[in-house]
Design a protein around this ligand. Structure first.
Ligand SMILES: Cc1cc2nc3c(=O)[nH]c(=O)nc-3n(C[C@H](O)[C@H](O)[C@H](O)COP(=O)(O)O)c2cc1C
Length: 607
């Protein structure tokens, strides 16, 4: 199923919204997609007439965004529920030698699924090579590459499947990394230090050799999902594609290098990387909802662009949740449960809420069998593959409410916490994490809520009374809101107009420890104390538990932005916001149909 076939099928099911109005690749198209995917039951968007007003370009290639627009469409792309795929994986992992004819047949059918996983190499040209631009015909301007955010360093390919090969030619890798357009034939590749593409690149750099690379865009949307799948190094992600589709992926050789790519992609950009050529990349409004700062990354020189007839350019938008990665992440979470269990066998289930930006928050159900068991599993998760980027992990026992029933699970957790529930340690963090005081390493917070209910010792007063009481303590305090007051450990969120480290305010609050248990500080600017969804996003993003979590008479969490006054020496990033004029113009032109309440709810524009 190529992208056009997929879109036809999706259109028949009413999953696609076609937009014919000419719209700009700079901000307009990405802003529309950003807003659409935040709606309930959002749709795939097909922009038929992309333009670049500034550069005076009218593109021939349409743009499709939000292919993973909601749960139903995601399941449609996979062709089955992700839990079904997880079950198939679990069965393969537990294959035992068959002892009866029935068992032999059943084992055979399971192995047949594995056989289908292996990519097949075709000797023919692929559909993706119907039109070929080489040498001086290479021009990235034929592709409607988007500029998502106002302060982005330029235009970025956001749904590029990066195909690379190890220096000995033994292993291929597929990873999803963004690419910044530098010129008509140069792209900067943002593979982070922990990723397989970057590991391959280091082999070439060490040998002083140029690295071949092919970038696929479009084709079956499942390729895009496979690109982000956190498989271990040296396992080609298209094996997972074949396993899920139950048919071998068909690959063809790139025109200018030995990398094999899916035959039915829409666009392929082939090239090479000189291991000594780097360029500052960014800033880019990232999936954390913050801009990642400028940093040097390798440069790719494009040698060929090959496309199918009537191609479609696929793109995605990242920023503040919820976005397409909510649905892609859901599938990843479900499908990887059995693989995670190979490291942590007593893990019953887990969930990574999208407003915790996945690596910032995990809630897991376990079946503890001995003292310290949950702490053992915390360490296991912090040591396995990309799960080691995880910053905050909360463990509950198997009788807890469903992990996606957020209110009840929060109640359950808060009713089980004591000072002994917390483990704070250090480990690796995502290269995008801005909260850690040092790049790449930072705090890890594990919370063990697997025990029984605890007694409530805190006395609850209403918000106004507590605020009147504490605002006298320090002029930085500007607001207060309490959450989960019915539980043993209520949460008090305090906003500040910060002029000094909030640790100083925290010390003063101890005087009122009778009325306070968990106190979370946020900046007054850009936070809404009545918006718990966005507060969770903010808090889990902004804390490095080694510095910002204090388990004392009160439990304090400093989720404010940090600077020199906190001893933080890195550049604290800005939030991403849509451009107000662009949003209002789209509203006036009736291209988007949302109200101010919606814009506020997801902090889409700065108020
Ligand atoms: C939309 C999207 C964009 C991403 N962009 C990047 C990126 O620019 N750099 C990066 O290192 N990882 C990025 N990732 C995460 C990687 O795709 C993911 O970690 C993947 O497992 C990497 O594959 P690898 O382990 O084979 O390198 C992105 C993920 C998604 C869903």
């Amino acid at each position: 199923m190529n992208l056009s076939e997929f879109l036809k099928k999706a259109e028949d099911k009413g999953f696609v919204k076609v937009i014919k109005e000419p719209l700009d690749v700079n901000l307009e198209i990405p802003h529309i997609a950003y807003i659409e995917v935040k709606k309930d039951n959002s749709k795939i968007l097909l922009f038929k007439n992309p333009i670049d007003r500034k550069e005076n370009i009218k593109y021939d290639i349409p743009v499709v965004m939000n292919c993973f627009a909601n749960f139903e469409i995601t399941e449609f792309i996979f062709g089955k529920h992700p839990d079904r795929i997880a079950k198939d994986i679990e069965e393969i992992l537990h294959i035992k030698p068959p002892s009866s004819l029935y068992e032999k047949l059943s084992t055979l059918s399971k192995l047949f699924k594995v056989k289908n996983a292996f990519p097949k190499r075709s000797k023919k040209r692929g559909e993706c090579q119907e039109i070929i631009y080489k040498e001086d015909k290479v021009n990235l301007d034929v592709i409607p590459i988007l500029k998502t955010w106002e302060k982005d360093g330029g235009k970025f390919i956001t749904a590029g499947q990066i195909y690379t090969i190890s220096i000995d030619g033994q292993f291929q890798n597929l990873g999803l990394y963004r690419l910044q357009k530098l010129s008509k034939d140069k792209l900067i590749i943002h593979w982070q230090i922990h990723k397989d593409g970057s590991h391959f690149f280091n082999e070439y750099k060490k040998a002083g050799k140029k690295m071949p690379i092919s970038i696929g865009i479009g084709g079956d949307p499942l390729y895009f999902w496979c690109g982000q799948a956190p498989l271990p190094p040296k396992i080609f992600e298209l094996l997972l594609y074949g396993f899920i589709r139950e048919e071998n992926p068909i690959l063809v050789k790139s025109i200018t290098n030995d990398i094999y790519i899916p035959h039915d992609l829409d666009i392929v950009i082939e090239g090479e990387i000189d291991p000594n050529e780097f360029h500052p990349e960014g800033p880019f409004g990232d999936h954390t909802g913050y801009y990642t700062p400028v940093e040097n990354f390798p440069v790719m020189t494009v040698k060929a662009i090959t496309i199918r007839k009537n191609p479609i350019y696929m793109a995605t938008v990242v920023g503040k949740p919820p976005l397409e990665d909510k649905y892609m992440g859901w599938a990843t979470e479900r499908i990887f449960l059995p693989l995670l269990r190979t490291t942590a066998p007593d893990l019953i289930d887990y969930h990574m809420p999208e407003n915790g930006c996945f690596h910032n928050l995990l809630i897991a159900k376990i079946s503890p069998r001995y003292k310290g068991h949950s702490k053992q599993i915390m360490h296991a998760l912090w040591g396995v593959g990309q799960m080691s980027f995880l910053k905050h992990a909360i463990f509950v026992n198997k009788d807890a409410p469903p992990l996606t029933d957020y209110y009840r699970i929060a109640q359950h957790i808060l009713n089980r916490l004591t000072e002994k529930s917390f483990l704070i340690t250090e480990g690796i963090v995502d290269q995008l994490d801005h909260a850690s005081y040092e790049e790449l390493v930072g705090g890890k917070l594990g919370v063990d809520a697997t025990g029984g209910e605890v007694e409530k010792t805190v006395e609850v007063l209403d918000d106004e009374t507590v605020f009147d009481m504490i605002k006298e303590l320090d002029p930085d305090i500007t607001g207060l809101k309490q959450y989960m007051i019915e539980t043993a450990n209520p949460i008090t969120v305090i906003s500040v107009n910060k002029t000094k480290p909030v640790r100083i305010i925290f010390e003063k609050l101890k005087k009122f420890s009778r009325y306070l248990r968990i106190v979370i500080f946020v900046d007054e600017k850009d936070n809404d104390l009545n918006n718990p969804y966005m507060l969770i996003w903010r808090v889990t993003n902004n804390i490095d538990s080694l510095h910002d979590v204090w388990i004392e008479e009160i439990w304090g969490v400093d989720a404010t932005g940090k600077s020199e006054i906190d001893g933080y020496k890195r550049e604290w990033p800005e939030d991403v916001f849509c451009n107000k004029e662009v949003i209002h113009s789209l509203m006036d032109r009736k291209v988007i149909d949302v109200d101010d309440e919606f814009l506020k709810k997801f902090q889409i524009i700065r108020i």
